[in-house]
Design a protein around this ligand. Structure first.
Ligand code: CAA
Length: 381
């Protein structure tokens, strides 16, 4: 019996900024952002969206009424929590009408939460193959206006339905992981903006990739050439380049691992960082945009959550309607309205407020689910 991802859906907010505009506003050479970081555009998340509404918008694209009755667990990976007690999955359950006879909870370890959810989900399905598990990775990446991290912001959600019919990606259970108490990136409770030691975080990321990848190869007696594609958590596209070139020289541009990596970073270069969802947006990007990767391909996935947890695991690409996935994600990305940097700064500042600032008109946010505001400290969707 195999288990894994049966369906995968994506949502991002209906606004973006262009990285050339941002570079000009910040007196930077645009090529630093376009080539040095690898980012072309960045989604901007308005106060009318939070991780719950974004997750609901992503999940709504993939779930049928039958799925909603069969889901036993709703595992919400996020580091952009909306409450210190109540899990975001509770709101999601009622917004989507998922069965009440479910376990619903949140998982936090920086950008690793979605992967933790997947690993927990497949273990459950191995014992309960007739049931389903919904895993979410949803976040808003904020570093602050005019900071070095600003070019690596973004946001959105990926929803994954796990089952014993893994038409997207069958997971073989092979995995290697490594964790250590490290201060490379963290988000204190009193602020919505991340604290980061940027260059150090790059080094730790690559170190954790090498440790987990080599541990995986040793443990399962594998070689780099056993993989048809490697997909990475992509806080920004160049980060994956830095990791991949430690195992395949970048000069080998026709090497399939480089060819497929270039497909896997396309959507991330337009959306930016979505923390828990970033690795899974790279997976979507690979399977939606590559015409060279066949069903049955061996995929390696590197998940990284600052603080820090790394995990390298593997799966086999299934057979499903990849054109439909591409249409749906392209539609999400292409519908976004381009903001000026002044409009973005205004939206960014209003997103820092504890209560959604509805004095600014976000009526062009036509998403199915929106955050309407708060009443007596209760979130209203
Ligand atoms: N043309 C082409 N390239 C240029 C250029 C130009 N005109 N000017 C600069 N560059 C290149 C630089 O050479 C550099 O390339 P390399 O990294 O290959 O050396 C690249 O552009 C970036 O330049 P800097 O290192 O000078 O950029 P910076 O100091 O302003 O900050 C950053 C870069 C550290 C990534 C910063 O954006 C940041 O702190 N981001 C947030 C942290 C982050 O994303 N860390 C990733 C690992 S942690 C993680 O993965 C978890 C997570 O999601 C956060």
């Amino acid at each position: 019996m195999s288990v894994g991802i049966e369906k995968i859906g994506f949502y991002t907010a209906p606004y973006y900024i262009d990285m050339v505009d941002l570079a000009e506003a910040r007196n930077q050479d645009p090529n630093k952002f376009l080539i040095g970081i690898g980012q072309k555009q960045q989604s901007v998340i308005p106060p009318s969206q939070d991780v719950v509404s974004m997750a609901a918008n992503a999940a709504e694209t993939i779930l049928t009424e039958e799925d909603k009755k069969t889901i036993d667990m709703i595992i919400f990976g996020t580091e952009t929590g909306i409450d210190n007690s109540k899990a975001a999955s509770m709101y999601l359950q009622s917004l989507l009408g998922i069965s009440d006879y479910a376990r619903a909870f949140e998982v936090k370890q920086a950008c690793y939460g979605g992967t933790a959810g997947i690993q927990m989900g497949i273990n459950y399905l191995a014992l309960n193959p007739d049931r389903k598990v919904l895993v979410i990775g949803a976040d808003i990446a904020r570093y602050g206006l005019e900071t070095p991290g600003e070019v690596t912001q973004g946001g959105g959600a990926v929803a994954m339905l796990l089952s014993s019919n893994p038409t997207v990606l069958a997971l073989d259970g092979k995995s290697a992981f490594y964790s250590k108490n490290i201060m490379d990136f963290w988000r204190p409770n009193y602020t919505k903006e991340a604290r980061v030691d940027g260059h150090y975080s790059n080094d730790v990321y690559v170190d954790f990739f090498n440790r987990t990848f080599n541990q995986y190869l040793d443990r399962y007696n594998k070689q780099v050439t056993d993989f048809d594609a490697l997909v990475f958590h992509l806080p920004y596209p160049k980060m994956g380049v830095k990791a991949l070139r430690t195992v395949v020289p970048q000069e080998e541009e026709n090497n399939p691992l480089w060819v497929e990596f270039n497909h896997s970073k396309l959507y991330n270069s337009l959306v930016g960082n979505l923390y828990t969802g970033s690795l899974y947006l790279s997976l979507i990007s690979l399977i939606a945009n590559s015409k060279t990767i066949p069903a049955g391909a061996n995929i390696g996935l590197f998940s990284y959550g600052s603080g820090a947890q790394g995990e390298f695991y593997s799966g086999v690409l299934g057979e499903f309607d990849r054109k439909l996935l591409k249409q749906s994600v392209d539609q999400q990305i292409n519908r976004r309205k381009r903001l000026t940097i002044t409009e973005y700064e205004q939206m960014y500042r209003s997103g820092l407020k504890e209560t959604a600032d509805l004095s600014i008109n976000y009526s062009d946010d036509d998403s199915r689910f929106v955050l309407k505001g708060r009443a007596k400290d209760k979130l209203i969707y």
